[in-house]
Design a protein around this ligand. Structure first.
Ligand SMILES: CC(=O)SCCNC(=O)CCNC(=O)[C@H](O)C(C)(C)COP(=O)(O)OP(=O)(O)OC[C@H]1O[C@@H](n2cnc3c(N)ncnc32)[C@H](O)[C@@H]1OP(=O)(O)O
Length: 397
């Protein structure tokens, strides 16, 4: 078997192989058809496994940016389109592709990679850990919002546009949002230009509630459709200001001829249920992992994020897949860290996959100590890793 990088010429074969591996991703006419789904793939960043002259496995990487706790923004390789033909599974094809890809990402100087896992047991062995989480909240339509007990509501207006009328507006609002939201990924212009992936990037018919501030500047949107009978399904609500998120939720819950509103891809800490007059009216479902993180250059990655406690922390990190074990001293002053090799006794001993889970602040070290995955003083480490805002990602790739 040969594992090799792809070029522009491989694009059609690559996409065909992905489709055969997943046995899905046929695009409905309404969503553009003709390969739009994968059109933002970067042809020279793929990996192809070839056996007997035929492609049998694929993996791709997108060039994203990831927003970190503390506001830093770093490049992140977005691993996707991972598939092995059903006829060639459980013979090590994925493992060989992952080894090739991780080696290549490191050679490019990437500090971390991210992915969405189709099944949770697949990626831990390659050093990825779940780092952000998501859920959905279903609320009966016209469910009353309680009056805010402190603070004001966002001033402004809501206008409904058809997806096709939105032009560059969604891209601009999304870009401002993702820069301020730890755990969020960039959606490179290529995605919007080519209308790749899922709504609201794809041309799938949607309505978009656009919120504008008192000066008329768009500062948030919610993309939605009326799907199942009498159900209004919200693909995503994008705004940096919580008061704008509230104004959009209030608007959607007031929609006529709808029995329930399903808010998808919310952070676990969403305030939505607290805002309803009846706390129990919001039904939580689909609580799941979303973004998985794999650190490729531990010291650079740790120095790139902001930290919430000053002091020193010694981490002993094992990376079984890449057969490495390294110990680092993290010294934090005024939220910034310096990370250097050390031989001091560790405060935490952990697998690189667990460090990936802790990295964005969405998983507390003490939780993984209690789970028996990490050794050390979890409570002391919690103070370092804690973030002001829950990391959240809703980009599908
Ligand atoms: C980021 C993304 O793109 S997520 C999408 C992932 N792709 C899919 O879900 C499409 C359908 N599935 C597939 O194409 C394949 O089953 C893959 C890609 C998940 C796995 O490919 P394979 O070539 O069979 O994996 P490989 O043989 O290298 O397995 C490596 C190890 O992972 C384990 N493993 C692989 N797939 C799974 C799985 N779905 N569930 C649990 N364990 C798994 C294997 O048992 C093996 O374990 P071992 O080392 O202890 O023996």
């Amino acid at each position: 078997m040969e594992i090799r990088g792809t070029t522009e010429q491989d694009f059609d074969v690559f996409v065909d192989t992905v489709h055969a591996a997943f046995a899905r991703f046929t695009e409905p006419e309404a969503e553009g058809g003709g390969g739009l789904w994968w059109s933002a793939l970067e042809p020279d960043r793929g990996v192809l496994a070839v056996a007997g002259g035929k492609p049998v496995g694929t993996a791709a990487a997108y060039s994203f940016e990831l927003t970190l706790p503390g506001g830093g923004v770093v490049p992140a390789a977005g691993v996707s389109a991972v598939g092995v033909l059903p006829s060639h599974r459980r013979r090590g094809v994925l493992s060989a592709m992952m080894r090739h890809q991780l080696t290549e990402l490191r050679a490019r100087g990437e500090i971390l990679s991210v992915l969405l896992a189709s099944e949770a047991p697949i990626y831990g062995r390659f050093g990825y850990g779940p780092a952000t989480y998501t859920n959905r909240v279903t609320v009966p339509s016209h469910q009353a919002f309680a009056a805010p007990r402190a603070g004001e509501e966002a001033e402004g207006t809501v206008e409904v546009l058809r997806r096709a009328e939105c032009g560059a507006l969604l891209e601009e609002v999304y870009d401002r949002y993702r820069r301020a939201q730890p755990g969020a990924l960039s959606r490179p212009h290529r995605w919007w230009e080519r209308r790749a992936g899922q709504p609201p990037i794809s041309p799938a018919p949607r309505y978009v509630a656009v919120h504008r501030d008192a000066a008329g500047v768009a500062d948030g949107y919610a993309s939605y459709s009326l799907g199942e009978p009498e159900t209004l399904a919200v693909d995503e609500t994008i705004a940096s200001d919580d008061r704008v998120v509230t104004a959009l939720a209030r608007f959607l819950l007031g929609h006529d001829l709808v029995k329930q509103v399903v808010f998808r891809h919310l952070p676990l800490g969403t305030p939505l249920r607290w805002q309803l007059a009846d706390f129990r009216a919001g039904e939580v479902s689909c609580v799941d992992d979303w973004l998985w993180v794999r650190l490729l250059d531990v010291p650079r990655a740790l120095e790139a994020r902001g930290w919430s406690a000053d002091g020193e922390l010694v981490l002993d990190v094992t990376d079984p897949f890449l057969a490495e074990q390294r110990r680092y001293r993290l010294t934090v002053r005024a939220g910034k860290a310096e990370c250097v090799p050390t031989d001091r006794a560790p405060d935490l001993s952990l697998d690189v996959r667990d460090l990936g889970s802790l990295y964005l602040g969405g998983t507390a070290p003490s939780t993984l100590v209690r789970a028996g995955h990490i050794r050390g003083d979890g409570a002391a480490a919690d103070a370092f890793f804690r973030t002001d805002r829950e990391p959240h990602c809703l980009h599908w790739f």
